[in-house]
Design a protein around this ligand. Sequence first.
Ligand SMILES: [Zn+2]
Ligand SMILES: [Zn+2]
Length: 577
Amino acid sequence: MFQGEKVVENKTCKQCNSSFEITDKDLEFYEKISPIFANPGVEKETPGLKINHDWKKYLIPSPTLCPDCRQQRRQAFKNIYHLYKNEETGLISAISPDKWLNVISQKEWWEESDLWLTFWRRYDFNKSFFEQFHELQCVAPRWNLIQVWCENCERSINIANSKNCYLVKSGWDSEDCLYGERVFNSKNIVDWYRVKFSDNCYEVYYADNCFNVHFSKDTKNSRDSLYLSDCENVSNCIWCVWLRNKEYHILNKKVSKEQFLKYKSYILSSKKNRDNFLELFYELKKTIPVKCIIIDESENCYWNEIFNSKNVFYWFSVRDLEDAKYVYDWANSKDVMDVNGDDNGILGYENCSVFTPYNSAFCFNVATVSDSYYCETSVNLKNCFWCVGLHDKSYCILNKQYSKEDYERLVPDIIEQMIKVWEWWEFFPASLSPYWYNESEAQEYFHLKKDEALKQNFNWSTYEAPFPKVEKTINANKLPEQIEKIPDDILNRAIKCEVTNRPFKIIKQELEFYRKHNLPIPRRHPDQRHADIMAMRNPRKIFDRKCDKCEKDIKTTYDPDRSEIVYCEECYNKEIY
Ligand SMILES: [Zn+2]
Ligand SMILES: [Zn+2]
């Protein structure tokens, strides 16, 4: 909790029965984000004015789900992991072709500015809000993929201002990046997770300002190296852990330039050589401490991967934030609570994949939205309630255009009805997600089996995409190890994944990258490679543990059963710098 924050209520989660706390600061926030409308109950005649509305704030009550269950529910509304091709329309989309939704190309969606006019609903006070919203969801046109100012970015989603990218999940200002999640201002990156300002890297996990670095994790300002873990400002190093400002090191020991080059060509020549040394690398890693939690240049912040922020509580993977709570993968924002994905917001609550929200709540897949509630798959909305698939609109309800006056008269009536039937204010029920649970981000962080998901009222996809059409298939273990022995014909074949047996293809751009860097071609399906990288992540959970050096109590993402040596921040900094 923040300093001076007081618990005012203990609640039990409606979903998982765990207890959670509501504080005075939470209540202040809910009040701040609550909308104000004319109070329909107190209209009265006033001399000189026909109707004098009294204004009423429609208070957003404290949530009924615990923070984890709220996060899980929002994440069920985000899919950047599974893309499908609709054989009939040729469109690639995050929505599988067997769904009931009206998916159109992004180009068509932007060009047909009045397309929305055909699809609207008049609010029916005899039906519940969520029922009517679902009816609108089924017919309203929605874009196939979120791509803005991109060129040749086939099968990439949530990507902006980028070129020649393939199977990118969230990217900005990048070129020639293939297979990975979250890339910013980088080029020539293959198989990665969270990379920025980097060039020519392969299999990197959290890389910042790296050049020609492969098979590495948590690496900053480094170049021409292989197998690094937690290194900064190093060059020409192999199998090194926890190094700062070094060059020509192997297994953390200084070597000559000649020795270094000899080893480098030796490990790149065969998988067997690499595997032998990898064991030594893992042994070395076991002896070197890790930092309990990653918080950089931040003040009064709690939880993991927090950069340049202030007053941030219960956050993961965030930067440049102030006054925020229960937020994940978010940046450049102030006064936000319960949000996942994207950035640039002021006053936001229960949003998922929302870019530039202002005073808005309960939205997903929306960009530039202000004073709006319960909207999805829309861009540039102001004062909209319950809308789907719109752009550049204001004063709409269920996609129907109203005058400002009519809008302000009708919305309070609808809210009053929602309060009566307990729809005020929760995020959308999971059944209204255009993605099923096992396709969504929720499955990445809260893994469920089919029966468990169905029990929690999530949907479950059984859609199987058809296998790529290829005449020739090759088993992964039949592939030659050296890249120079791989003929161009590999582009006409499907490789059978060594783990899952699922066939996958190599694209030309990718083959050129492996050849340029003398790297073997992958033996695992891209989905398996993604799963491998995800398995490297610590969970988004905080455990109590003792510092392995000074024994003080620490909070950490390293489960107490794990074998790593975990240091508190002070001990870690003392040892390393
Ligand atoms: Zn819960
Ligand atoms: Zn310590």
